[in-house]
Design a protein around this ligand. Structure first.
Ligand code: NAP
Length: 309
């Protein structure tokens, strides 16, 4: 039997539930491709799934990892748009399976990798960039000239949200701490708000759209910054509905849905130089547990990429 190296979570819990195992290589079905993964990047969903914070019905053991960049190794029945050897980037189904030498993925979830990026940089983009786009435009209906507040601007999703909102001619305010303050300014935020030293409800007013990538107490406090008739879109938690209603805010939670056509659009923007990619740290696949913890503990500002092989 063909096997491959993969990180697996054997039960729900801390980083010690992960091990690198030899497992059967998956086989692509109808409309799917088998992709040789060159790099995968770490997202909060990796440790949230591992800890059982979400989707506790996920069958164990499971292979973590959503983002990937790699090379098509084999096509399943009915796939015509791609061929063996194509370089692609995307998000594995249900954001699991990519911390491995190979991943099976439906063609709806990947596209050709941006030509100007190597696999390490390309792997850092799909999940976060698609979330930023869908949060700002599909859900948030951001329009030119509007004031947008991005909570968590220094993170993976926030970095793309700042750039996309700036390019859409919005006025961008983004929260960050420590070196994240420089990062959000570098990426084009009109105002960086050091949330550890500034109370946003006092410093920020007349927001049209808040993209909440943080949740918790900041979620409710951000509502004070939004004008009547404004919108709040959260990737983290259901909105505080009573507060939103009392302030006349249209607030919602959403889950990113991978879309190949959006990945094509994002790759074009990256290749045109409109979207910058910043990788903060590269680690080997074998360091997946440590990498997930670095993200969980906010010890690295920006994306951590795991290199395979
Ligand atoms: N619903 C969906 O489909 C979806 C999709 C993608 C992501 N998400 C969720 O969206 C969130 C952001 O994802 P990400 O990939 O951007 O995460 P990330 O790269 O780990 O970034 C986290 C961000 O949160 C900020 N932060 C942490 N604690 C904070 C606090 N107490 N107050 C204010 N800011 C705080 C950090 O700021 P500093 O480091 O500068 O302090 C950083 O900007 C995660 O919870 C993730 O699970 C959901």
């Amino acid at each position: 039997m063909d096997t491959m190296k993969a990180v697996r979570a054997h039960r729900f819990g801390g980083p010690d539930v992960l091990s690198v195992d030899e497992v059967p290589k998956p086989v692509p079905g109808e409309g799917e491709a088998l992709i040789k993964v060159v790099a995968t990047s770490v997202n909060p969903i990796d440790w949230k799934l591992r800890e059982g914070m979400i989707s506790r019905d996920l069958p164990l053991p499971f292979i973590p990892g959503g983002d990937f960049s790699g090379v098509i190794d084999q096509l399943g029945p009915g796939v015509q748009r791609f061929k063996k050897g194509d370089e692609v980037y995307g998000v594995a189904p249900n954001s699991v399976g990519a911390e491995a030498e190979y991943v099976v993925c439906p063609t709806t979830n990947f596209a050709r990798k941006p030509k100007t990026l190597d696999h390490l940089s390309a792997a850092s983009a799909p999940l976060t960039a698609m979330t930023a786009w869908q949060g700002l435009f599909d859900q948030g209906k951001l329009a030119a000239g509007e004031r947008v507040l991005i909570l968590g601007g220094s993170g993976g999703v926030g970095g793309f949200a700042i750039q996309l909102a700036s390019e859409a001619d919005a006025y961008v305010l983004a929260t960050a701490s420590k070196e994240g303050v420089d990062r959000v300014k570098r990426l084009g935020a009109d105002e960086a708000i050091d949330y550890k030293n500034v109370r946003i409800e006092e410093a920020v007013k007349e927001i049209d759209l808040c993209l909440d990538l943080v949740g918790g107490p900041l979620h409710g406090r951000a509502m004070m910054c939004i004008k009547k008739g404004g919108r709040l879109v959260s990737t983290v938690q259901p909105p505080e509905a009573a507060l939103a209603q009392s302030r006349g805010i249209d607030a919602k939670f959403f889950r990113m849905e991978p879309r190949a056509t959006l990945l094509v659009e994002l790759a074009k923007r990256i290749d045109d130089g409109k979207l910058k990619i910043e990788v903060a740290k590269v680690m080997p696949l074998e360091s997946a547990a440590e990498a997930e913890e670095l993200n969980h503990q906010h010890k690295v500002t920006g994306k951590i990429v795991l290199k395979i092989g």
